[in-house]
Write a protein of this length. Sequence first.
Length: 138
Amino acid sequence: MARRAGLPAHVHGEAVRKALQEARPAGLSLKQLCQATKRSPSQVWTGLRFLRKVAVKEGLPPVTYNRQDGFQLSENSEVWIAYERAIFETELHRITNVITGIVAPHAKKAPQDEWVRLVLDQLGGVKATLEVLSRMER
């Protein structure tokens, strides 16, 4: 694999965009993207991050991912929604773990602590919102 160290993110992003557009409507795994772009996994990730940042400005669909299809530039809104729900579910698990593993023990040790009460109130709202978003039917 040719070494492309030091190239700016937009160069990697353009290579990833071309590979994903050529594969449409199918997606590509990370390994396939590396092969198609002749870039390392790190460089492909740099390109993916760049594409996600500029998708709206460039008129591109969002870059999505699922285990079955890999990375995609799909025009199908069902693909977008499934990816968004997966992200919300992941974040719900992370917030739940923070609440139960970090904030709740703090609250138990210092129930009058103004900071921990604020954190519990705010994270409780975030958790409720993520629960709704990850389970909402269209």
